[in-house]
Design a protein around this ligand. Structure first.
Ligand code: 5CA
Ligand code: ZN
Length: 409
């Protein structure tokens, strides 16, 4: 699949700091990406009800990761998927009497437009589940042939017990895993499974549903977790720097994916850091497709909201926090954007070299975007209240805000 166009990232003077980031697996702060090329896989959308503010907040976090790495003069290899065939997508297509491929294409196109408007850097590989099927089938066959997967009425399940490191991503107890599995696409109640948590790798063709030839697996379609593993291993290989997504993906999705990959390769861990963004709520509840309490990026854009203000609203919360979208959050972002633009539109101003370092430091410290915004606010307030004569300052501030925060002033 094609991704979306890249906005240019201005180079800043000097060099940024290494990113330190919270890792869900070790529950501590780590510094991934020691090499010249940083590798990141971020779970993409299931294309319906896209792009809501929760999605945008999560992709914003991983966009910042890339901007920090780029500022350290590294290259970034970024891969993202689109879950363009899965139960919830098929259910929505059925409900709305749409062809599932049309629904997926329409929503993926909308997502690309929203990502472009928000100046999110595109992945180098943007891969759909459907196009990944030829790579998924041999992985499932290998897991089965190695005794790590078994058949149940034509469906193939992964055996979580085949991975000695199972559980090390999310650090949950058995009961919590069981509850989350039932909530998030698993089927712990299905009789005949070796372990109730075992996830499906390959689902045998069901009447009225799409299916593909799966060689020795028979006709069917892939499970959710193996989709991301196949794409990540194909393009990034094992031991990549960051596996990213919202906190609702830690279990079962990232836990199961890590186990699939670890059993397939005999290596551990799949990713150096598992990084999870907090959940955005609306009216007191997590913004979710199932509840329908959604605010869409495209609806805000249609209403005339500047995408840079949406981005500033996202940046005003720490990526790991759970937070609530309100009109006030957006109003504050709109006002901030106006103040910042006024400050950098002057022909000269207060020196900004220290500000560049403050923004760098804030972001390198577990992506502390609110601290970065506060640093820019301080410069802007002083600038708007004084008559400095540094002619390079306004341009330097614009480039810093653009390069590190993805906001075009
Ligand atoms: N296709 C899978 C990942 S392979 C998927 O989870 N798709 S999704 O469309 O449901 O979500 C896309 C991303 O947005 C995921 O990282 C998810 O964790 C994140 N996300 C979903 N809802 C919210 C929310 N309310 N707040 C923050 N992030 C969210
Ligand atoms: Zn995924």
């Amino acid at each position: 699949m094609h991704a979306w166009p890249a906005s240019e990232v201005p180079a800043l003077p000097g060099k940024g700091r290494d990113l330190q980031i919270h890792d869900t697996a070790t529950q501590g702060t780590i510094t991934p990406a020691p090499g010249p090329v940083a590798r990141i896989y971020v779970c993409g959308i299931t294309p319906y009800d896209a792009t809501h503010i929760g999605h945008a907040a999560t992709y914003n976090a991983f966009d910042l990761v890339q901007r920090v790495w780029l500022d350290t003069k590294r290259q970034v290899h970024y891969v993202q998927n689109v879950t363009d065939v899965d139960d919830p997508l098929l259910e929505r297509a059925l409900r709305d009497n749409l062809d599932w491929t049309e629904l997926a294409e329409r929503e993926t196109a909308l997502f690309r437009e929203d990502m472009t408007a928000l100046r999110m850097l595109p992945p180098q590989q943007y891969i759909g589940a459907v196009e990944a099927i030829p790579g998924i089938v041999p992985l499932v066959e290998r897991l089965r042939d190695a005794g790590a997967a078994y058949e149940l009425d034509g469906d193939i399940y992964f055996s979580v017990e085949s991975d000695a490191n199972f559980g090390k991503v999310s650090n949950l107890d058995a009961e919590a895993m069981r509850l989350l599995s039932a909530e998030r696409g698993g089927d712990p109640e299905r009789p005949g499974k070796k372990n109730p948590l075992d996830p499906m790798l390959w689902m045998a063709a069901r009447p009225g549903e799409p299916s593909w030839e799966g060689a020795s697996l028979g006709r069917g379609r892939p499970g959710w977790h193996i989709e991301c593993v196949a794409i990540a291993l194909d393009h990034l290989g094992m031991g990549f720097d960051i596996q990213g997504g919202g906190s609702d993906l830690a279990f079962p999705h990232h836990e199961m994916g890590a186990s699939h990959a670890q059993v397939l390769t005999g290596e551990f861990p799949m990713a150096k850091a598992y990084v999870h963004a907090g959940m955005v709520a609306l009216h007191g509840e997590k913004m979710s497709k199932s509840k329908g309490n959604l605010v869409f990026v495209s609806a805000l854009r249609r209403a005339g909201v500047d995408p840079a203000a949406i981005r500033l609203a996202l940046l005003s919360h720490h990526y790991r926090a759970d937070w609530e979208w309100t009109d006030e959050v957006l109003e504050q972002a709109v006002a901030r954007l106006e103040r910042w633009r006024a400050a950098v539109s002057r022909p000269d101003g207060l020196p900004a070299d220290a500000l560049v370092e403050e923004v760098r430091e804030a972001l390198a410290n577990d992506l502390d975007a609110p601290a970065a915004l506060a640093a820019v606010d301080r410069w802007v307030d002083a600038q708007n209240a004084s008559d400095g004569d540094d002619e390079s300052a306004p341009g330097l501030v614009s480039r810093t805000v653009d390069a590190l925060l993805g906001v075009a002033l």
